[in-house]
Design a protein around this ligand. Structure first.
Ligand code: AMP
Length: 285
């Protein structure tokens, strides 16, 4: 396994590989790798000849009051996990090679970025869109894996790849959870024991929304209220949003189409938790 630290070395490696005609699978991450990341890497390993994992805590997607300096960093452990999973290249650039002095171009996907995470974190998605574009230009993967865990992010990347004519394909991989339903996240290590016990409330709320749909409820507002009632039962949880949305545009729906995504975010202590679930149904006519 090779570790590449600069954009120039990454571009040179990619040029060499291009001549060999192998397929490249790509898993972009911010490191502090867990079993969620591992499942994306395994999917890439099973599908492509060569697997690249990027590890970069992208400063432009953090707001001024967010946890950039406290974000967990553990490159040694992450490299060990990648080695075990048969990764070919870990691309772990320094900030100054990704954003050299004078860099000014940004990428925006305004409609998808407008609501939900975009509202809670105003510059977040411009940072995400810009770094993903830069990484895709450098790695030029045949297939890129993103997690459903960050549903809005995956939808945004899908749109930007289409709009900017990126040649590769995006695969959205299902969310990996702990046994009590909590979606794995690099930030979960910062939950205290009591907060950790409270954290699955978000998953339970989404499950309640999903159960309501399967029981025949078709009104978005009513499903939203059901989910909110579950969160209200957990005194440690501060709700940010729960929404019943179209799975492509992420606009809220009042009457349900056949497929919806339930999106949710809440805070427990200082930690923001994010989760979602896709629900499809077929009404008898
Ligand atoms: P991050 O390092 O948090 O930026 O995540 C890197 C990639 O891993 C993103 O595409 C995430 O959506 C994905 N990911 C994070 N947590 C999970 C999880 N629990 N299950 C599946 N994918 C995940």
């Amino acid at each position: 396994m090779k570790t590449i630290r600069t954009t120039a070395a990454m571009a040179a490696w990619r040029r060499r590989l291009h001549r060999e005609g192998v397929t490249i699978g790509f898993v972009p991450t911010m490191g502090a790798l867990h079993d969620g990341h591992r499942s994306l890497i395994r999917a890439a390993r099973m599908t492509c000849d060569t697997v690249v994992v990027s590890i970069f805590v992208n400063p432009t997607q953090f707001g001024p009051t967010e946890d950039l300096s406290n974000y967990p960093r553990q490159l040694g452990l992450d490299r060990a996990l990648c080695l075990t999973e048969g990764v070919d290249v870990v691309f772990a650039p320094e900030r100054r090679t990704m954003y050299p002095p004078g860099a000014q171009t940004v990428v925006a996907v305004p409609a998808i970025a407008r609501r939900w995470e975009g509202e809670a974190r105003p510059h977040h998605f411009q940072g995400v869109a810009t770094i993903v574009t830069k990484l895709l230009c450098l790695v030029q993967p045949d297939i890129t894996w993103f997690g459903q865990k960050d549903y809005q992010q995956a939808a945004l990347v899908q749109q930007l790849m289409k709009d900017l004519n990126f040649p590769g394909r995006l695969i959205v991989h299902p969310t990996v959870r702990d046994s009590d339903g909590l979606a794995l996240s690099s930030r979960n290590i910062y939950l205290s024991k009591i907060h950790r016990q409270a954290a699955p409330v978000l998953f339970r709320a989404l499950e309640a929304g999903s159960a309501a749909i399967h029981a025949g409820e078709r009104r978005g507002a009513s499903i939203q209220r059901r989910m909110a009632r579950v969160v209200a039962q957990e005194p440690l949880a501060v709700l940010e949003y729960l929404a019943v949305c179209d799975p492509i545009t992420l606009e809220p729906v009042s009457r349900l189409p056949r497929r919806v995504v339930l999106l949710g975010a809440l805070r427990i202590g200082r930690i923001r938790l994010l989760d979602n679930t896709l629900v499809s149904f077929r009404d008898k006519v």
